[in-house]
Design a protein around this ligand. Structure first.
Ligand code: TXA
Ligand code: MG
Length: 315
């Protein structure tokens, strides 16, 4: 099921079948974006509500015009600065884009990924590939081919191998469809980088809009409860949970030993890269409560905090 045959995967896409493939952010579950029947299989496999729009992946920004009705100057600038890479742009869509892709919205999410396997697949296929993260709806995004296999998604017979995802968190989503740019989902491309590329001040960036599935209360969630803890409170909170007969597991950088602990990388980008894998590992270790000490909420840390808050939200 895990395969290295990119030509065969492209043939599957042409056939209207699903293909899971690596990107630099997380693994995606792809279908031919111009084929409504194929796109519907994504929603069935994930158990995802059909009105949640998908991102269409392209080999090159030269293909933007095939999907977007117009390419504003800001889109051209951001594409030049950050593609191929971990950024999705929301633009007004072309009229021929299937409603299944956009959830009926007048806009479309577009991304040119940099992962070499994603690039090869997209070039071999030629068209746009609609792909959400290759996990069951509401669960943690996969950052390794084995994570996708473990999801055991119905109708997914082909997973392309691409190693560990380099970024490990989903792309930064920037909405350029409503006039002023807005970051809908933080990611490895930070607000500061967007601001610099557009010569805009932060205060000019708009507030998030609705309809991003990642903006639902509980998302990116492991089975165990998740708590974000300050380093100084860790020992106290751990003692408290143990006294309550709970089984806590600690994810933190640093040397303090706990009976159940995953030593997290100190460096923020490395923490982000490992985050989903660590949450999966914590689940497998049988923890009731995962206590996480994240890096500071700046740079890539903004995206780490965003995903952890969603994982910690009431279910
Ligand atoms: O890094 C990523 O973006 C990964 C890889 C596979 O590319 N994909 C990903 O897809 O995270 P997904 O479906 O799990 O999240 C895509 C997000 C959803 O929250 C969706 O609501 C939002 O993008 N989105 C897509 N099209 C949109 C649109 N037209 N307007 C607003 N939000 C949109
Ligand atoms: Mg997702």
């Amino acid at each position: 099921m895990i395969s290295a045959d990119i030509a065969a995967a492209a043939a599957r896409l042409r056939n209207g079948e699903l293909v899971a493939f690596p990107t630099e952010t997380v693994y995606g579950l792809g279908a031919d974006a111009s084929n409504a029947v194929a796109v519907r299989k994504i929603f069935a496999a994930k158990g995802r509500p059909v009105d949640h729009p998908l991102i269409v992946h392209l080999a090159s920004s030269d293909q933007l015009g095939d999907w977007a009705a117009e390419i504003p100057d800001a889109a051209a600038r951001l594409a030049k600065a950050f593609w191929p890479g971990p950024m999705t742009l929301i633009l007004r869509r072309n009229s021929h884009v299937p409603d299944e892709v956009t959830g009926g919205l007048p806009t479309i999410g577009l991304r040119v990924p940099s992962h070499p396997v994603a690039q090869e697949l997209l070039r071999a296929f030629g068209g746009g590939v609609a792909a959400p993260s290759a996990n069951r709806f509401g669960r943690i995004s996969p950052t390794r081919a084995e994570h996708v296999a473990a999801e055991a998604l119905e109708g997914v017979d082909c997973i392309l191998e691409g190693g560990d995802c380099e970024v490990g968190l989903e792309s930064t989503i920037i909405d350029l469809s409503r006039g002023r740019p807005a970051i809908l989902r933080p990611g490895a491309i930070t607000a500061e980088q967007v601001e610099e590329a557009l010569s805009l001040r932060m205060s000019e960036l708009d507030e998030p809009a609705p309809r991003v599935s990642g903006s639902l209360e509980s998302h990116y969630a492991p089975r165990a409860a998740v708590e974000i803890v300050a380093s100084a409170d860790l020992i106290g909170r751990h003692q408290q949970l143990t006294a309550e007969q709970k089984t806590p597991l600690v994810i933190a950088a640093g040397a303090t030993p706990f009976p159940r602990m995953i030593a997290a990388p100190d460096e923020p980008a490395a923490f982000a890269r490992r985050l989903y894998d660590m949450l999966r590992e914590a689940d497998h270790a049988g923890a009731d409560v995962i206590l996480v000490v994240p890096p500071p909420e700046i740079g890539i840390g903004v995206a780490v905090w965003d995903r952890l808050r969603k994982a910690a939200a009431p279910r």
